[in-house]
Design a protein around this ligand. Structure first.
Ligand code: ADP
Length: 481
């Protein structure tokens, strides 16, 4: 099978392609500049020659008026000799094209009279110019093509002057110009290629360092960062953005690792207990009541696991914007009071002083069931983390910005500020609370629900003294009712 040879890496690089563009644009611009200059120079030379020819025609017109045709013919010979017979010639003809006088024409003997041009001159009565390219007779010209500019003009009634000037100087100048152009273009292409390569490599050196860092990053070495130059240019900003992106990825990877550790830990305990019950049932000769108790315990543990998994699903769905929330206006005061009533027996059981102060008619637009779940989690935590003879207080009121604040205050164990953000992560439990039952999902779910309502859960706490959790619902949540 025929395999296409792989293109070397350098040809695929942006540096190479940019250099080609740079050198290409530089060379094309130089070509255009040279071409323009060439055209202007060539045109200026032709214009100057034309002016000289017209001057000669005017001069001979005067001579004919003063000295007649014979005088003009003699003067043509003298003028051509003086200027150089290889350089200029004069020929006088009748409108029929018949030549009646001329300068010495041995050098110009190939120069015939163009009948068509004579016709055009007779018709238009304005001088006609012609540029002829060719090798005049007897000429040992170093150039391949000799150019001459020829004028046909009336110099008296029925007398036409045909005069021509060899454009040697122009040819030499333009040939030299072309030579200079070729040498200069060679230099420009080499120079623009080298300088382009140098500039592009320098400009892209930042990209190379970002690429190297990205290559060296593996799952285990996320801590590497691109060195910033401090120049604040685009590449420096890109390096900054890249580093910030790495910071974020590192945070996410760390939190995913922590979360999976926590999940593993939290799944392990109930599963170990379920396994224990099953093992007991297998090896131990127990009574019917004992079997029933083991089955009940197993159901309780599995329910807890299912609840945990369901809560995880609710959080994930809500975070992905796929939560099944049923938004409608409802009386939040009623909901909060109802939940508090439900928790009174729990508080009494633990000998915790429990009180609530809820403003009436706090209407919000939201999912009542979900907000009740969020609030119950806060209340449950307050009662769970407050020791006997502690105090829990709930309040719900409008805030100064016409939003809503539902506060749950307790005199429990409190939270170290170090954990303030972490306690809202899934499965995170502060070490101090590991003794009490829980999944570490309550606050995470509460915050997700609050955020789905454009609200927030805020925490204030002093370790050893107590905590205050606030569920806020913003003004705009109420405005749309
Ligand atoms: P769980 O209560 O099931 O552990 P949560 O997500 O509800 O999970 O809470 C996460 C952690 O936040 C708890 O493990 C506890 O360490 C801390 N916490 C929550 N509420 C309180 C509170 N009122 N007082 C002290 N610590 C609290």
């Amino acid at each position: 099978m025929f395999l296409k040879p792989a293109m070397p890496d350098i040809f695929k690089s942006i540096a190479f392609r940019l250099t080609i563009w740079y050198a290409g644009i530089f060379s094309i611009s130089s070509c255009v500049a040279f071409g323009l200059f060439y055209y202007i120079a060539a045109k200026a030379l032709v214009d100057q020659t034309d002016r000289e020819l017209l001057d000669k025609a005017a001069y001979f017109s005067n001579v004919i008026q003063r000295n007649g045709l014979v005088g003009a013919g003699n003067l043509a010979v003298i003028e051509a000799q003086a200027a150089g017979e290889k350089l200029i010639f004069f020929r006088f003809l009748y409108p029929s094209g018949e030549v009646f006088a001329s300068s010495h024409m041995s050098y110009w003997k190939n120069m015939s009279v163009d009948k068509d041009v004579v016709k055009t001159l007779i018709q238009n009565k304005t001088p006609v110019f012609e540029t002829l390219v060719g090798r005049p007779a007897n000429l040992k010209s170093p150039f391949r093509d000799q150019k001459a500019r020829v004028l046909y003009a009336f110099v008296a009634k029925n007398v036409i002057l045909q005069t021509g000037i060899a454009m040697d100087f122009e040819s030499r100048f333009l040939t030299a110009f072309r030579l200079v152009f070729l040498v200069a273009m060679g230099f420009i292409i080499v120079f623009s290629g080298l300088s382009g390569w140098f500039l592009v490599r320098k400009a892209l050196s930042g990209v190379a360092s970002i690429r190297k860092t990205a290559q060296s990053i593996t799952g285990t070495s996320l801590e590497k960062r691109v060195a910033k130059t401090g120049s604040q240019d685009e590449l420096d900003q890109l390096a900054g953005t890249f580093n910030r992106m790495l910071d974020r990825i590192e945070d996410l990877v760390t939190s995913i690792r922590e979360m999976s550790d926590n999940i593993a830990h939290d799944l392990k305990s109930p599963l170990t207990r379920i396994r224990g019950f099953a093992e007991l049932a297998l090896v131990q000769n127990s009574s019917l009541q004992e079997y029933e108790a083991m089955a009940a315990n197993t159901i309780e543990e599995t329910d807890r696991l299912l609840d945990m998994i369901n809560t995880m699903l609710v959080i994930s769905k809500a975070e992905a914007g796929e939560g099944e929330f049923d938004f409608k206006p409802f009386d939040l005061s009623h909901m909060v009071k109802g939940a508090c009533e439900l928790f009174i027996p729990v508080a009494e059981d633990r000998q915790i002083q429990f009180e609530y102060d809820v403003q009436d008619n706090l209407t919000v637009y939201g999912d009542e069931r979900m907000l009740q779940r969020a609030f119950s989690n806060l209340l449950d935590n307050a009662l769970k983390y407050t020791p006997r003879s502690g105090r829990v207080r709930v309040s719900a009121e409008k805030t100064f910005d016409d939003g809503l604040g539902v506060k749950v205050f307790d005199t429990g164990c409190g939270i170290d500020p170090f954990h303030f953000e972490k306690i809202f992560e899934r499965f995170y439990r502060a070490d101090s609370s590991r003794a009490s039952q829980g999944t570490g999902l309550g606050l995470s779910l509460a915050r997700t629900i609050a955020r789905q309502h454009q609200g927030e859960i805020l925490v204030k706490s002093t370790p050893g003294k107590g905590s205050e959790f606030t569920l806020t619902l913003p003004h705009r949540n109420l405005e749309i009712i």
